[in-house]
Design a protein around this ligand. Sequence first.
Ligand SMILES: Cc1ncc(COP(=O)(O)O)c(C=O)c1O
Length: 353
Amino acid sequence: MEIEPFELERFFARFEHDADVMLAESGIQSRDTAEFDTDPGDLGYVIPTGGDPSFRERVGARYDRSREEVLFTCGAQEANFVTFAALMGEHAVTVTPTYQSLQAVPDAFGEVTTVDLEPPTWELDIDAVQSALRPETAVLVVNNPNNPTGRYLSAETVQALYDIAADNGTYLLCDEVYRLLAEEPLPPVASMGEYGVSTSSVTKAHGLAGCRFGWVAGPREVIDAAAGWKDYTTISPSSFGQHVARQAIEREAELLAEHRAQAAAHRERVGEFLAAHGLTWHEPTGVNGFPTIPDGFASGRSFCETLVREESVLLGPGDAFGHPDRFRIGFGLATDQLEEGLSRLDAFLARHG
Ligand SMILES: Cc1ncc(COP(=O)(O)O)c(C=O)c1O
């Protein structure tokens, strides 16, 4: 079994440590540990290892599902991994461009057919998804809102995806890590019926990546099979992560109001900046956008590499998502950092214009 290199992580690994401004982070800036009680009591495994039952019940309620239909994991990354391990047979269909795990992990287990969102508005052709499904397709995968484009597929489109998946006996797995950054979040896919599975975490919308805390919600048979894989990956979620995540979910309304306001202000600021420089994007939901690169650069990669070397500002190259003519910008960072990054980018574009 082989897995392809995670292109964006490998690119970040080369520059992230030394760059002054990280302008490609995909979540909201991290909150401070001082805001939370960080003493979980004892440092054993979380018991039961699938996660605290009353907390799972609380998370399950947002999916109209019971505690037995929720499994706590170390981030959405593990939630996706164990879900793919549980579900994969021969074939998956993944809507792209997307976070690379959603394509590379099922591809390591079997075969993946991709269906592209169509630029510049990143529309999804439901007929193309229908044609990609096979009788043996185990899972249809979508990330909504989408990383890197910020496209939020409508309720009608998600319903159509669910219907064609369910008719085919295929699970619809939706990675919903950005869902709660939307002003009006759609109902989660795990609440849509027996073929709906949702993954999420407190990494992006809550600004708590270091908790390494996430979950998968869905039908009992999927959760039980995923738990069977999790016994071999991390056993239980982190006791610190669960302890802090629970407090964050208790304060969720307050945290989300703050984060959505910050996302909206920064989105507007970045939109104006891009327009002033003749760059275009589809206005994103969440805190990631996927603009076109400026003229004069051979690819998003050469643009991003030259920028980080000259200005110590890090963006994400679009080829990591299969679109060499674009770059990913993340604007969930602190306002002063965003302004510093944009000011350096402005100077860079003036020099290279
Ligand atoms: C769509 C998507 N899913 C999952 C993850 C990983 O999330 P976590 O930190 O909760 O493991 C990311 C991180 O960028 C992401 O963008």
